[in-house]
Design a protein around this ligand. Structure first.
Ligand SMILES: Cc1cc2nc3c(=O)[nH]c(=O)nc-3n(C[C@H](O)[C@H](O)[C@H](O)COP(=O)(O)O)c2cc1C
Length: 397
């Protein structure tokens, strides 16, 4: 009896010590924010969960500030000015991660220069049926067809207003979408502008998500003219000093003529947005994709999107002679990818998929490598690098 008790006791102690050791190992790893730890241990475990569940857990992790605050001060070279904002660095979080504005504080702590929330629809809606997110591990890519699942304007507004009371300095972009059932699309975007004007640093008119029927057709000249004229008019009627800049987020799958049409529309005074976000996800499926999930319907993001979005940035930079600010997004995984987007013509950057694959340390890593590349190329700051390789990256040379 005595030996049995002591064996049970020993087993219990061993289990306790093992659990504590594993807990400590992961706790220290997360606290130290080391990319090796994430890549070798944490992310493979996270990737055992279904993608949407991992996404939800990650949002909660940021909400409850489980990830450590970045301690390092960003290099002077990374400081970026865009409109009236001065960002400590040009790297932002793209829309679609914090769709409902739940974890802005936790996200800003890991070193992003700015955060974009949404897309948000006026009324709450559930989005498409699950499963609706797929990892393409071998391709460093994701396919999603969330279809604008949203908590709706009122709920997100409440969260953002509360957040603004505590912290008014963080740059938070509000990305606006439309409800599935809305027939007159511009009405939903107008509602968004009016609702969030007092709390948004900037707005994004998202008409490029491939997962809402008919949305991308709003990029066609006639539709776009009507939409933008209404949206710009609404913004311009707001109280002076409270008129956030408006970005238009476009698809990477546009034809040359579509791009020319968009540029011509946004050149008109009543449709003049303040900047473009290039780009959203693609519906194209490159022949080189290896993962079997490539057959899933939805928008593809990550590494396979990189060159397509960089080329479009370069093309638009050239066509607009650099006069319109561009936020470059699509497949940024390292400093070289970030450098390419800036030298193609982007003023600032965003990422999403690389955060899913590598976790929070990716933000520090990209910034460090970008800073080293700027220095190695004798470039004083991001602005000095902007567009210097546009002709090459547009494929013209
Ligand atoms: C799961 C997922 C959901 C997304 N949801 C949105 C969205 O709601 N609104 C939007 O404008 N873009 C959305 N995007 C697109 C991203 O903001 C970004 O434009 C695109 O993923 C390319 O960047 P990346 O390659 O760094 O991921 C989503 C992307 C992913 C992967």
């Amino acid at each position: 009896m005595k030996t049995k008790m002591s064996l049970a006791h020993k087993l219990k102690s061993t289990a306790f010590v093992t659990t504590c050791s594993i807990g400590a190992f992961f706790g220290i790893g997360i606290y130290r924010n080391e990319d090796q730890f994430y890549d070798k241990f944490l992310m493979p475990i996270v990737h055992m969960c279904p993608p949407e569940l991992s996404h939800r857990l990650a949002v909660l992790g940021f909400k409850y500030k489980l990830f450590p605050k970045q301690q390092k001060i960003d290099s002077e070279r990374l400081r970026t000015k865009l409109f009236d904002f001065t960002m400590e660095n040009p790297l932002g979080l793209a829309a679609g991660f914090d769709k409902h504005g739940e974890s802005m504080d936790g996200l800003s702590r890991i070193g992003f220069g700015f955060i974009e929330i949404g897309s948000i629809t006026p009324e709450p809606q559930p989005g498409n049926e699950k499963p609706r997110v797929f990892r393409l591990i071998d391709d460093k890519a994701i396919i999603n067809r969330y279809g604008f699942n949203s908590d709706g304007h009122a709920n997100v507004f409440e969260r953002l207003s509360k957040f603004r009371k505590d912290d008014s300095n963080i740059i938070i972009g509000v990305n606006l979408g439309k409800n599935k059932a809305t027939e007159v699309a511009y009405e939903d975007y107008i509602k968004g502008i009016n609702k969030f004007a007092s709390v948004a640093s900037y707005f994004v008119i998202n008409i490029s998500s491939p997962n809402t029927a008919g949305l991308r057709s709003l990029q066609q000249a006639d539709h776009l003219k009507l939409l933008l004229s209404k949206v710009i008019h609404t913004r311009n009627k707001l109280e002076q000093g409270k008129r956030p800049p408006i970005f238009l987020k476009i698809s990477p799958d546009l034809s040359h003529n579509d791009v020319c049409d968009i540029i011509s529309v946004i050149s008109e005074k009543e449709c003049r947005v303040d900047g473009l976000i290039v780009s959203n996800t693609t519906i194209e499926r490159n022949e080189c994709l290896k993962s079997q999930e490539k057959i899933e319907v939805g928008g593809l993001s990550g590494a396979p999107l990189k060159n397509q979005s960089t080329r479009l940035i370069a093309k638009i930079y050239i066509m607009t002679e650099g006069l319109i600010p561009i936020i470059g997004v699509g497949g940024i995984f390292n400093g070289q990818d970030a450098f390419e987007k800036i030298t193609a013509g982007a003023s600032a950057l965003q990422l999403y998929t690389s955060l899913i694959f590598h976790g929070p340390p990716i933000v520090q890593k990209i910034k460090k490598e970008l800073d080293e590349l700027l220095e190695a190329n004798g470039l004083e700051n991001v602005e000095k690098a902007r567009g210097i390789q546009a002709h090459i990256l547009a494929g013209e040379k």
